[in-house]
Design a protein around this ligand. Structure first.
Ligand code: FAD
Length: 319
C-alpha cells in the first residue's frame, strides 16, 4: 500500500532549493511505493513543477497566497496546518533549514505528533523505517524509528543525494486562509556577499580569529569566488567583529556539509567542529601544527594563511 507523503518545498528567488529535491528523495523512501506529494508556497514559476516531477513528486499542491511570498512563522504555520488537514498524509517532510527548524516544532506541537529532526539518512531495516541523525556535535549517529503511525521528519541539507524518479505530477491548486497575523516580514537583508546560502553551499571558505580583521576576509572571499563558493566564519572571528554573526558556523551557528570546507586560521574547537565536521572534504590552513583542526582535516597546510590563500586562488584560477 505505501504511505502518502507530503513534502513542503522551499524556494528562494524563484529557484527551488536543493533541500527540496533531497526531501523528495527521503519522502520516496518513506512512501515505500505510496504517493509523494510536494507543496509549493507562493507563485509557481516556469519549470518548477517539472523539476519536482523529475525528483519523484506524483502530485504538486500549489498554494498561491500573498502572505506566503516571504517566510513568516505565523503565516506558514497556518497554511501548513490547512494543507495537512486537507491532504491527511501519513508522513510529513521538511528541510532542516532555518524555516524547517522554526516551523516544524510548531506544527508537531499543534498536531500532537512526534518529530525526528535533522535526519541525514532514511533506511529500511527489518520492516522498519530508520531515521539517522547526528548527535554529540556529529561525533555519533543516532538511529530512531517512530512508534506512531504518522511520521514527521526534517532533513539536513546536503546529505541525501537527490535521486531522479519521474513522478509526472498533476498540479492541484489549493486555497488557504491566513488570518490575524501576529507578525509580518518588512525586509530581508542578504548577508552573504555571494548570495549563496551557507547551508547549501558546495564550497565554504571559512575564517577564524587568525584572519585578524575584516580586511583579512578579502583573500578568503577571493578564493571562495574562484571556487564558486561562499565564506563562513568561526565564532572567534564573529566575536572579534571581523564579520557578521550570520556567517558563524558551529554549535551555536549554522551547520554546513559542503563538498569542500577550507578552514583558515581556525583552531578547531569542538563547538566549531559541530557545524562543519560532516563536510565531504576538509582542508585546514593554520600556522600552528598542533592545532586540533588538523585532526579532522583531510588535507592540512601548516603556514601563514595570508601567504597560502592567495597562492591557492592563483592556482585555482589557472584550472
Ligand atoms: P582561536 O581559537 O583563537 O584560533 C585561531 C587560530 O588561528 C589558531 O589556531 C592560530 O594558530 C591560527 N592563526 C593565527 N594566525 C594565523 C595565520 N596568519 N595563518 C594561519 N593560522 C593562523 N565557536 C564556533 O566557531 N562556532 C560556534 O558555534 C561556537 N559555539 C560555542 C558555544 C559555546 C557554548 C561556547 C562555550 C563556545 C562556542 N564557540 C563556538 C567558541 C569556541 O569554543 C572557540 O572559542 C572558537 O571556535 C575559536 O575561534 P577560532 O578558532 O577562530 O579562534
Amino acid at each position: 500500500m505505501g504511505r502518502t507523503t507530503l513534502v513542503f518545498t522551499e524556494q528562494k528567488d524563484g529557484r527551488l532549493r536543493n533541500v527540496s529535491f533531497e526531501s523528495l528523495t527521503a519522502a520516496a523512501r518513506i512512501a515505500e511505493g505510496g504517493e509523494v506529494a510536494a507543496v509549493l508556497f507562493g507563485t509557481v514559476q516556469g519549470g518548477q513543477v517539472e523539476e519536482l516531477g523529475k525528483y519523484g513528486a506524483n502530485r504538486v499542491y500549489a498554494v498561491a497566497c500573498d502572505e506566503l511570498k516571504q517566510y513568516s512563522p505565523d503565516a506558514y504555520k497556518q497554511a501548513m496546518l490547512q494543507v495537512i488537514k486537507r491532504v491527511n498524509p501519513d508522513a510529513i517532510v521538511l528541510g532542516h533549514t532555518g524555516i524547517g527548524k522554526d516551523v516544524a516544532p510548531r506544527i508537531a506541537a499543534r498536531l500532537g505528533l512526534g518529530l525526528i529532526t535533522d535526519c541525514t539518512d532514511v533506511q529500511s531495516s527489518g520492516g522498519d523505517l530508520i531515521f539517522v541523525r547526528p548527535i554529540f556535535a556529529g561525533k555519533a549517529f543516532q538511529k530512531k524509528k517512530f512508534v506512531d503511525q504518522k511520521l514527521f521528519v526534517t532533513i539536513r541539507p546536503n546529505n541525501i543525494q537527490p535521486e531522479e524518479n519521474d513522478g509526472s505530477p498533476e498540479v492541484i491548486p489549493l486555497d488557504v486562509e491566513i488570518r490575524n497575523l501576529r507578525s509580518t516580514v518588512k525586509e530581508v537583508v542578504q548577508r552573504t556577499a555571494s548570495g549563496i546560502d551557507l547551508s547549501e553551499a558546495k564550497v565554504v571558505v571559512s575564517g577564524g580569529r587568525g584572519v585578524k580583521s575584516s580586511e583579512g576576509f578579502k583573500p578568503l572571499q577571493e578564493l571562495a569566488d574562484v571556487l564558486g563558493g561562499t565564506i563562513g566564519a568561526s565564532r572567534g572571528a564573529c566575536d572579534a567583529g571581523y564579520c557578521d554573526y550570520a556567517l558563524q558556523i558551529g554549535q551555536t551557528g549554522k551547520v554546513v556539509t559542503p563538498e569542500l570546507y577550507i578552514a583558515c586560521g581556525i583552531s578547531g574547537a569542538i563547538q566549531h567542529l559541530a557545524g562543519m565536521s560532516q563536510s565531504k572534504l576538509i582542508v585546514a590552513i593554520n600556522k600552528d601544527p598542533e592545532a586540533p583542526i588538523f585532526q579532522v582535516a583531510d588535507y592540512g597546510i601548516v603556514g601563514d594563511l595570508f601567504e597560502v590563500v592567495p597562492k591557492l586562488t592563483e592556482a585555482f584560477k589557472k584550472v
